[in-house]
Design a protein around this ligand. Structure first.
Ligand code: ADP
Ligand code: MG
Length: 732
């Protein structure tokens, strides 16, 4: 499992911060402490479990009673939502039926065998269910006469309405207490659970008898005033109702309560991390010094946007606070983050400190270097560029000047955190596109100075609920406004038949002295094929645009070659740049006004948005053409439509998350996003915000949960969140 580093570090910090609970003495002996003890006891000794099943449960992550109670149903069967077979038509909507098994049969076919079951719910009304996989096992678990609940999409197969691979649950033998309730819980299964007979039915049985016999031992694990303020269902009730809801309304309340709890404990962890950080002393930097003043009044060629001013004042008060700053500056491409970083850098330099800017690639570092030195050199400040490829003699000189303090400002890649780099008095670090660095790399920046202030920058907007989870322990400044004078980018999806007129438009731009990007997708598994696409696209364009300089850049090129090609484009020596997606976030060629994205339907929405950010950076109107296939999925049509409709990165990130679901939104293993059991960051934003507020104010009010009313919560947090990581499985 790629449990993320970010997560591990957060957890380590939180663990380290926990108060020492030696004897857990002040807890209400009879109720609360017992309850924890009870929750921790192994499931093996429960009625209906035993050694074989407990092994299968272990595989599913269920070790103790708390795990079992948190093994939440995947779905519910509400008797009111059962369809009768008579009503079923072939449709794309899944339906649930309940019926009795009439016939079963394993039927050999070309590839092996299939298992067919015919189910009837009233005389003569039948449906066929077919399994092509797992035949052996399913054949063993379904017999004539069984009553089954089946859930699937009806289709037509062999002249009969049928389900292929429906989900199924046996309903008989459950006894009145469990199955006649109107809403029946269905549990997530796995091969080994099912092999040891742990069907939904047996989960219901085991949990039912557990709650019946020992439910009294469950007690409230949230502070009572939080339960009150947020009108949450009581913990004990919720833990019963999530498994055995008496009504839809009760189920809804139980879900809300348990989602709240889950999000609350996660936010507790972030709140603790943050409050620990808040104790870290930082270099007090007052600001308002001579360099900063001159920069703002004489050098800066424009007035700051109000978004920039806000960010500056938020950062400014962090610097004054005497505590170390840890702030994330989020702003869409082109929102003007560089100027903000430069102004802060001057505050630090005014106060006698050194500044480092770290970017993830050489291209980006060079670009920062160029824009920062053109902003700062008029003030007599030398900015140095330090890359892995910097010649040894030059490198040595930079390192010496950093150590002596002669050099105040360095920009670079990882090279700036290498062993040999010693700062004289590092006060301010900027990490650009911070999500591309690991936490450890950031940490090694810390070590280069005496708790230098940290500004993390990102041009990758993410939805608020994700930001509160991923960066929930940081302070965040957001710049939504763009500098004035920007022309909007006109975005249009077209089909192959429009290609000729697209090329004609491109030619017009080139004749007007502008430059164009042509982008091809790069999908990992067919890298060669895509590369071929880009290479032949390059050849074609050279043929079509006679006398125009057309370049090609792709990931297989050596980085020195890439840099040369990029440099030609940046300096205007080439007019068309054909590329795979290697054009980096933040590459800034103001003269580029046209982008043609080939196979646009293959790109993710956020990726398209990032690409489009390469144009529309100057004062000329820009065009982005999305060339798409005639045949498209609904989702890809929605993506391209969103691109046509908006340029707002935050809005785009929300749409993207909705289209893909939270899990795939990042698609990266290092995202550090916890996978919650019940809560969904997409749909539960409101609960998230409430839970966060509750957690943060609790930590502020009672940092180590010393107050009596918070002790049971703390004990629970200790045992089930910090030690077990909430049993959150990490995405990736
Ligand atoms: P980001 O790093 O957020 O993508 P930059 O800092 O590179 O954005 O700014 C993009 C462009 O906008 C730069 O050319 C910069 O000079 C210009 N710019 C920044 N702030 C302003 C402003 N307040 N008014 C006008 N232009 C600005
Ligand atoms: Mg930038």
């Amino acid at each position: 499992m790629g449990a993320s580093r970010a997560w591990d570090v957060t957890r380590a910090i939180a663990l380290d911060a926990r108060p020492i609970l030696t004897a857990v003495p002040n807890l209400d002996q009879s109720g609360r402490f017992m309850s924890l003890h009870f929750l921790q006891s192994p499931v093996q000794f429960l009625k209906g479990v035993g050694p074989k099943r407990s092994e299968a449960l272990l595989e599913a992550g269920v070790v103790c009673i708390h795990d079992l109670l948190s093994y939440y149903p995947r779905r519910y069967l509400d008797r009111t939502s059962i369809t009768s077979i008579r009503e079923i038509t072939v449709s794309s909507e899944p339906v649930t039926i309940i019926g009795t098994v009439i016939t079963v049969g394993v039927i050999p076919n070309r590839r092996g065998q299939r298992f067919e079951v015919v189910v009837e719910d009233e005389p003569g009304r039948r449906i066929k269910c077919v399994w092509f996989q797992g035949v052996q096992w399913i054949a063993r678990s379904i017999e004539v006469g069984h009553r089954l609940a089946l859930h699937g999409k009806p289709s037509r197969y062999g002249g009969m309405i049928s389900f292929s691979h429906p989900e199924f649950d046996r309903l008989d033998e459950d006894g009145p207490a469990i199955d006649t309730g109107r809403i029946i819980a269905l549990y997530p299964g796995s091969a080994s659970l099912e092999k040891s007979g742990l069907t939904s039915r047996s989960f219901r049985k085991i949990i039912f008898s557990l709650l019946k016999e020992r439910g009294e031992e469950l007690s409230e694990n949230l502070p009572p005033q939080i339960v009150d303020t947020h009108q949450l269902m009581e913990g004990r009730v919720a833990r019963r109702a999530i498994h055995f809801p008496r009504s839809q309304e009760e189920l809804k309340q139980a879900e809300r309560r348990l989602k709240f709890e889950e999000l609350f404990f996660f936010q507790m962890m972030l709140a603790r991390t943050r409050s620990r950080r808040a104790d870290v002393p930082g270099i007090p930097i007052a600001g308002g010094g001579p360099l900063e003043k001159r920069f703002l009044s004489e050098i800066l060629p424009f007035t700051l946007t109000s978004a920039q001013q806000n960010a500056l004042s938020e950062i400014g008060s962090d610097l004054k606070s005497g505590r170390q700053m840890n702030r994330l500056l989020q702003g869409d491409v082109g929102s003007g983050k560089t100027v903000v970083a430069a102004t802060i850098a001057l505050k630090a330099i005014d106060a006698g400190h050194q500044v480092v800017v770290m970017a993830p690639t050489e291209i980006l570092s060079e670009q920062h270097y160029r824009s920062l030195s053109s902003l700062l050199e008029p003030l007599g400040i030398r900015v140095a560029l330090l890359l892995g490829s910097t010649p040894a003699a030059k490198k040595r000189e930079i390192l010496e000047d950093l150590e002596s303090g002669k050099l105040k400002f360095v920009v670079g890649t990882h090279a700036v955190i290498q062993k040999g780099v010693t700062f004289n008095n590092l006060g301010f670090c900027v990490v650009d596109e911070q999500h591309r660095f690991g936490v450890l790399q950031r940490a090694s920046l810390f070590e280069k100075g005496d708790n230098p202030h940290m500004l993390l920058m990102t041009a990758t907007p993410i939805p608020r609920s994700l930001a509160l989870t991923l960066y929930g322990d940081l302070d965040v400044s957001i710049m939504k406004e763009r500098p004035p004078g920007r022309q909007p980018v006109h975005t249009k999806m077209v089909r192959e038949k429009a290609r000729k007129s697209v090329y004609a438009d491109m030619l017009k731009e080139i004749q007007a002295g502008r430059q164009c990007y042509v982008v091809y997708p790069l999908v990992a598994e067919s890298e060669k094929l895509d590369l071929k696409d880009a290479v032949s696209g390059h050849e074609l364009l050279q043929e079509i645009f006679q006398g125009v300089s057309v370049d090609l850049v792709h990931g297989r090129m050596k980085s020195i070659e890439k840099e040369e090609v990029m440099a030609r484009f940046v300096s205007g020596q080439s007019s068309i740049l054909v590329s795979t997606t290697v054009i980096e976030v933040g590459v800034d060629v103001g003269n580029a006004t046209f982008m043609l994205v080939e196979h646009a339907e293959r790109f993710g929405l956020s990726q398209l948005h990032q690409l489009r950010g390469r144009i529309g950076r100057g004062s000329h109107a820009s065009t982005c053409i999305l060339m798409a296939e005639y045949r498209q999925t609904e989702e890809s049509r929605a993506r391209l439509k969103a691109m046509e409709d908006t340029e707002d990165g935050f809005q785009i990130s929300e749409i993207d998350m909705r289209l893909r679901g939270v899990g795939d939104f990042f698609g990266t293993k290092q995202s550090g996003l916890p996978a919650f059991r019940l809560a969904d960051l997409l749909y539960d934003q409101k609960i998230l915000v409430e839970a966060r507020k509750a957690a943060f104010s609790l930590v502020e009010d009672d940092p180590d949960s010393k107050k009596d009313e918070n002790r049971p919560m703390e004990a629970f947090f200790e045992t089930f969140v910090l030690k077990k990581g909430l049993r959150l499985s990490r995405i990736g």
